[in-house]
Design a protein around this ligand. Structure first.
Ligand code: ZN
Length: 378
């Protein structure tokens, strides 16, 4: 695996010379329609948020009976949700919830979702021979979309429907544009899906019992931790490997050491130092895609931009709806910073990212509070 990684990053360094990029990162930014200033602003706010994520990780560790931070192997451990089995949903219930909750944003969204359900745009259930996961495919010539899910009735499945129908809504907002202006770059591709997920998650948290709320928050925070903390650790690791490769082939031991250092700078004391993961570079396929360096930072951008846009909606209410739709429509037409600026968002300012991360930090505060109550009760 180390030989592969050396080879692929070596190829990357050769190719950027031929293509006249200053660095592999410069090429990735170019492919993402992003600039360095935007990336720096986002990372600055992310680094500031790490202490909050570490608080979450240590508290989760405590809930699971660990003394010295969370071991890496328990990052995705589910939390006990009391004696009751987790609630499940029928497709009809999911349909109703989506119409009700996303319709609060705008009735047009409810009508659109209803149309998708009633016109068989969604291949809902798992069956033999069908692929797993979920996705949305635009059919621009027909101004329609098709969605694939594997619905089994969990809350996560309802959230997945909200996510994929967000992509479909994004396609819908681009109706009538020339094809060459419909392809949004990776950082903006998840804006509508994350926005929908956040709308739904916040609605479903109302009126939920404490132990279930703790589990719901944990599910969201597991994801945010990956997207903010882990992706930044991957960024540090990949930067160090590329730097090293300029002079020599990195050994397995060197890569393990670089990965541990990257985890130390990000997860810090949130993780148990005895149980970090020196081989993370051997189990993430993203590092091994030739021609695509730094595969992951657009995902961090996507999550935080979607949440940042949601924070704007909370501030401005219904007046934000046309702005939002205009934003989605222009995603494939310009540089990321200019698309955002067209609706008054400055992605080069650290404050925009701070506001977005603040919504996650509020969840962390609530998680810690509920966890403390549970620990006291034991
Ligand atoms: Zn998506």
């Amino acid at each position: 695996m180390a030989a592969c990684l050396n080879g692929i990053k070596g190829q990357g360094l050769t190719m950027i010379k031929a293509q006249h990029f200053d660095s592999i990162l410069a090429q990735s930014l170019y492919d993402s329609n992003m600039d360095q200033e935007t990336l720096d602003a986002m990372w600055t706010a992310c680094r500031e948020s790490f202490p909050a994520f570490r608080r979450y990780l240590r508290k989760k560790g405590e809930l699971l009976g660990h003394k010295n931070g969370l071991p890496f192997y328990d990052l995705f451990a589910p939390l006990q949700t009391g004696d009751k089995p987790a609630k499940t949903y029928t497709v009809e219930e999911a349909h109703d919830i989506l119409l009700r909750e996303l319709g609060k944003f705008t009735p047009d969204m409810a009508a659109f979702i209803d149309h998708a359900f009633k016109n068989d745009w969604i291949d809902l259930y798992p069956r033999e021979g069908k692929g797993g996961g979920a996705f949305c495919a635009g059919v621009p010539h027909a101004e329609q979309s098709r969605v694939l899910t594997n619905f089994t009735g969990s809350l996560g499945d309802v959230s997945t429907l909200a996510h994929e129908l967000g992509h479909a809504w994004h396609n819908h907002c681009m109706a009538g544009l020339p094809l060459c202006m419909r392809h949004e770059p990776m950082p903006l591709a998840e804006t509508a899906s994350i926005f929908n997920e956040t709308l739904l998650a916040n609605a479903l948290r109302q009126g939920v019992e404490h132990d279930q709320l703790l589990a719901l928050l944990d599910t969201d925070l597991q994801n945010s931790t990956q997207v903010v903390v882990d992706i930044y650790s991957r960024f540090l690791f990949e930067s160090a490997v590329i730097e090293g490769k300029k002079t020599h082939n990195l050994s397995v031991d060197e890569m393990k050491q670089l990965m541990l250092e990257a985890q130390d700078q990000t997860y810090g004391d949130g993780l148990d130092p005895e149980y970090r993961h020196p081989y993370m570079w051997a189990c993430k396929s993203h590092y091994y895609i030739p021609g695509l360096g730094f595969y992951n930072f657009p995902y961090a951008f996507g999550l935080l931009f979607g949440k940042g846009v949601y924070a704007q909606y909370l501030q401005k209410g219904a007046a934000f709806v046309p702005t939002y739709n205009k934003l989605l429509r222009s995603c494939g037409s310009d540089m990321v910073a200019d698309v955002a600026a067209s609706v008054g968002i400055d992605v080069r300012s650290v404050d925009f990212w701070r506001a977005s991360l603040k919504t996650i930090e509020q969840d962390i505060d609530l998680f810690v509070k509920l966890a403390d109550e549970q620990l006291k009760g034991q």
